[in-house]
Design a protein around this ligand. Structure first.
Ligand code: ADP
Ligand code: ADP
Length: 234
């Protein structure tokens, strides 16, 4: 069965009189599939991401991930957003290693796995061009650098599900295309299930197996296209 099953989902913010952000959304995503979601601002892309990651419960319908109905924040997901959400009191390395504490809350195991995570975190930081910045704090880095660190944090625990909401939005075009390759390499090595929200159709086609197009008023999925010739390097 599909890894992510979204069935008849609707989301209305702020009670019966509130904004209908999403309606009639149904979608199956296979394990290891890479899906891109595109659409104009306000069409409900972020809402869809919040429902799948369990940050909000849907007003209607169900979301099932890995065979279980989502009923609270999903710890198996790695997430990255357009606005980097690094913790200001931690340095970059400790920010990237944060998922370790979520996945492994027991002190003793945490200590024994720390070395493995630290190695992984340093490798990822190198991959995104942040070697040498491990001991800096978020405010000492540019917005784009913080965004790259956020992407490392989303990847550090090899999540089976990657939820990426405009993760490259604040980057210049060259850095962005380098990071496409980083993400593609991670995907090819580990085959996580990926749902990527983007404004950039080129990015969607370059990276994904399938592109969903959403429309606003109120938000719904209006079309779906399989990418016929992925641009992926082999
Ligand atoms: P997108 O990510 O495609 O820009 P969103 O999912 O953020 O779209 O928003 C969809 C609709 O829901 C918009 O009309 C937006 O104003 C509204 N909305 C989003 N988040 C909230 C919220 N927390 N409270 C109320 N309305 C919201
Ligand atoms: P972006 O936001 O796309 O990363 P910026 O124009 O803000 O780009 O920064 C450009 C470059 O400046 C960064 O890629 C980095 O090499 C350098 N830089 C930014 N902040 C620092 C810093 N605190 N220490 C050293 N170099 C930095």
């Amino acid at each position: 069965s599909p890894f992510v099953q979204i069935d008849g989902v609707a989301m209305r913010y702020g009670g019966v009189e509130g904004t209908l952000a999403l309606r009639g959304a149904s979608l199956d995503v296979g394990e290891g599939e890479f899906i891109a979601v595109v659409g104009p601002s306000g069409c409900g892309k972020s809402t869809l991401m919040r429902l799948v990651t369990g940050l909000w419960p849907p007003t209607e319908g169900t979301v099932i991930v890995a065979g279980k109905e989502v009923s609270g924040p999903l710890s198996i997901a790695g997430m990255a957003f357009q606005n980097p959400t690094l913790l200001p009191w931690r340095n970059i390395l400790d920010n990237v290693m944060l998922p370790l504490e979520v996945v492994q809350p027991h002190r003793r195991q945490l200590r024994s796995q720390r070395g493995h995570y630290e190695h992984k975190a340093r490798e990822l930081l190198k991959l995104v061009g942040l070697a040498g910045f491990e001991a800096k704090f978020p405010w000492q880095l540019s917005g784009g650098m913080q965004q790259r660190a956020s992407l490392c944090r989303a990847l550090v625990h090899d999540p089976r599900l990657l939820m990426l909401d405009e993760p490259f939005g604040a980057l210049d075009v060259f850095t962005r295309e380098d990071l496409w390759d980083v993400l593609q390499d991670v995907w090819m090595a580990r085959k996580p299930t990926v749902i990527l929200v983007t404004h950039d159709l080129k990015e969607a086609v370059y990276l994904s197996d399938r592109v969903l197009i959403m429309s606003s008023r109120p938000g719904r999925i209006i079309a779906e296209r399989t990418v016929p010739y992925p641009r992926r390097r082999s």
